[in-house]
Design a protein. Sequence first.
Length: 478
Amino acid sequence: MKGKIINTINDLLAFRKRTSLILLLVMSLASAGIIVVNIYSVRILSSARAYVNGESEYSKGQKDASAYLINYITFHNKSDYFAFKNAIGIPKGDHVARIGLMTPPVNYATVKTGLLAGKNHPEDIDNMIWLFETFKNVDMFKKAVEIWTEGDGMIDELGQIGTSAHSEIMKGSMSDDEKRAMIAAINKNSAALTIKEQAFSETLGNISRQINTYVFAANVFITLIIVFCSLTSAAIMIRTLSNSKKKIIEQNEKLQLINAGLDKFVFNVTHDLRSPLASIMGLINLMDDETDLEQMKEYTLMIKESLERQDRFINEMLTFIKSKHTGVSKTECSLSNIVDNVIAQNSHHNGGKRVHFYKELELTQIRSDALKLQVILNNLVSNSIKYSDDKKPEQWVKVKSYRHDAEVVIEVEDNGLGIRPKDQDRIFDKFYMSGDNKKSSGIGLYLVKDAVTQLDGKIEVRSELGVSSQFRVIIPFS
Ligand code: ADP
């Protein structure tokens, strides 16, 4: 039992350790997950922001280039043409970078030079390259790159308008109609590019918003996992603790029952050992006054028998101790033999000699616990002798047995002193003694009741003071 409690405590400690480790592992993984998600999302968002900034430089370059070209076509001022060339260099730089990124193997030096020409911030360039390479196959980013490609095509057209305008101006052959047509083409190109530039920014904005939503969802999801795991682990821990507590309480109760059982057992043995001792004492007293050698031999033989019975009883008790933890042990037992043993054991008791024993057994063979039956009958018969009435001409004890439906009834009846009605309900209590008899210890009937209860039976008493007492033990037949 002690071992069981230690095992339970060890199990509990092992469980707590295991749960704490699992809890810690889940927490660590979830925290690492949150960190990774957030680092990754910050990188994506800042790269997307770099592209949006780049787009505004691209757009500004294109608009400046368009304006300078219109001025050049209108006033033929060469500085406007150079300014046009400079301004268009910005979107063209981005164009070079894009082509570089889309053409494996990627020439990173060319890509970086292109992005720098596109007036992108030098610190953003690595992130821009990373985003392009990581998401080039993701639908939304693919769409942005397509818009960018279309925009680059329009920038090419603008460049071609600039080149042909420059050559016409150099030749001095540009008519007013041609001028108007070129300016109209530049304006048309600029308007179309503005739409593309807005679409590009919008797509990147959508990417950022979608990433924000994903990151938020991922954060909520991971947080929920952490909360769920914590609550589950805590619940398991609480349940295990309360189960273990319950188990320990149950085991304590069992221990107490076992202790109480041991107490009873000691009382039982002590009580039952007294009967043959008293019988031997009686015989020795008789021998003191005896001069007849034959009679003395008979007494010696009786003492020997009594001692042998006591030895048997002690052996039975040892068997009983061994089988105690298995509870009731039912076997086929001869009621007749048990009654004979009990009568023989008690017939030399103080007063036992003058008591007549009657055995009326209708049922002699039952399936029960022989040791417990012995305890029951021994106590009842020894009480009948102890509380016999020597004022009556004949003192008798009757032991009967018969079957009643599925039950066996064993009766021990005497014509002794009888029990007062007010005592009859209490004589089965531990240490209860009615009257003022000095030989009483008040434990016998308590042990009888305990043994009967263990056999799933019951005991009843009927008695009339000064007339008789009858104890009825009713136990299952098998
Ligand atoms: P003890 O072991 O001291 O005899 P028991 O528990 O066996 O105690 O009995 C309790 C009381 O019941 C006794 O003190 C006695 O007064 C009464 N009693 C038991 N059996 C009989 C009986 N057969 N006749 C009269 N009184 C009895």
